[in-house]
Design a protein around this ligand. Structure first.
Ligand code: GRG
Length: 322
């Protein structure tokens, strides 16, 4: 799906799908587990019915296609994000804009997005098309919200959570819902799948925001500090600001001056900002887990194992160090 005709575009579009730089593949992992977790109970087959097996295989291929589309949208958004941020690295290697230039990076992102659209159309399910088209709108909206904030918006937890939903949680939540819809699940169950993805995505981003300050250790300042250096205010600072309202003046002054970064870190260190962000992530992880616990009963061993794995992932997301 990511192979283009023109060699230059082909190498650009394939760049982050090569072995070793494919990233965590967190989203497709969740989606394939969700597919099995929502398998409908198989009708009793006696004798073995090949037609039933074929239907199950066909469904799995369609759900796998959602996992592929989701990863392509994700990578397209990373390519464009790196252009906007003028990033020079991604996944431990040179970012595509750095290696091949902004123009090819933008075009490669557009190409991945258009191939994802073609694959999506081939599924011939208009509700699923609408959900994933909305996700692209959300990604763009979230990025724009982050880029163009007023002082009040930058200091608002509601604004931050809305932006986080758009930038991170919408893709995984709406893809989870698409998996459920393709499986022929009811709208109630599809909403549970959506709730799982949304809360997992929010927890994932909240921990990402903590790791930006702490890195793999628990000490402050050991992360890349990339958000704050780019003037992006995230949950730990917002919680710290509730304890120390004077931090707002520092935030309003901006972080072009590295002394302000140090000052904000000092306030953060004296506050419960990191702890409260972790607690909020844990709350969302537990809501995600509760959604899986509400899935309709199914004794199938594979289904049970996938549900346990989805729950296990909620723990991993909040305990991860990278
Ligand atoms: C072209 C679809 C499209 C969108 C353009 C630039 C933009 C609008 C949106 C930016 C969206 C963005 C980059 C959100 C951040 C999401 C996020 C948490 C990225 C990190 O995901 P990981 O940790 O990365 O799963 P790996 O490398 O493991 O895949």
């Amino acid at each position: 799906m990511v192979v283009a005709e023109v060699p230059k575009l082909a190498s650009a579009a394939e760049y982050f799908f090569k072995m070793g730089v494919e990233g965590k593949r967190f989203r497709p992992t969740v989606l394939l587990l969700m597919a099995t977790a929502l398998n409908l109970p198989a009708p009793r087959q006696q004798p073995h019915d090949a037609a039933v097996d074929n239907l199950a295989t066909e469904l799995r291929v369609r759900q796998q296609c959602i996992a592929e589309i989701t990863e392509m949208i994700h990578v397209a958004s990373l390519l464009h994000d790196d252009v906007l941020d003028d990033a020079d690295t991604r996944r431990g290697i040179g970012s595509l804009n750095y290696v091949m230039g902004n123009k090819l990076a933008v075009l490669a992102g557009d190409f991945l997005l258009s191939r994802a659209c073609v694959a999506l159309a081939s599924l011939k399910n208009t509700e699923v098309v609408s959900l994933l088209a909305k996700v692209v709108e959300h990604l763009v909206t979230g990025e724009t919200m982050q880029m163009t904030t007023s002082s009040d918006q930058r200091c608002s937890m509601d604004y931050y959570m809305q932006k986080t939903y758009y930038k991170t949680a919408s893709l995984i939540s709406n893809s989870c819902k698409s998996i459920a819809l393709l499986a022929g699940q009811t709208s109630e169950v599809s909403v549970l799948a959506y709730d799982y993805g949304k809360n997992l995505g929010l927890a994932f981003q909240l921990i990402d925001d903590v790791l930006d300050f702490t890195g793999t250790s628990t000490s402050l300042g050991k992360g890349s500090l990339s958000d704050i250096r780019h003037g992006i205010v995230t949950a730990p600072i917002l919680f710290a600001m509730e304890e120390f309202p004077e931090l707002r003046d520092v935030v309003d002054e901006g972080f072009d001056n590295s002394a302000n970064v140090d000052l904000a870190l000092e306030y953060l260190g004296r506050s419960k900002g990191i702890e409260r962000t972790r607690e909020l992530a844990a709350k969302h992880a537990s809501l995600a887990s509760a959604a899986v616990d509400s899935f309709p009963e199914n004794d199938d061993e594979d289904v049970q194992r996938s549900r346990r794995a989805l729950v296990e992932l909620t723990h991993r997301v909040i305990n991860r160090t990278k």
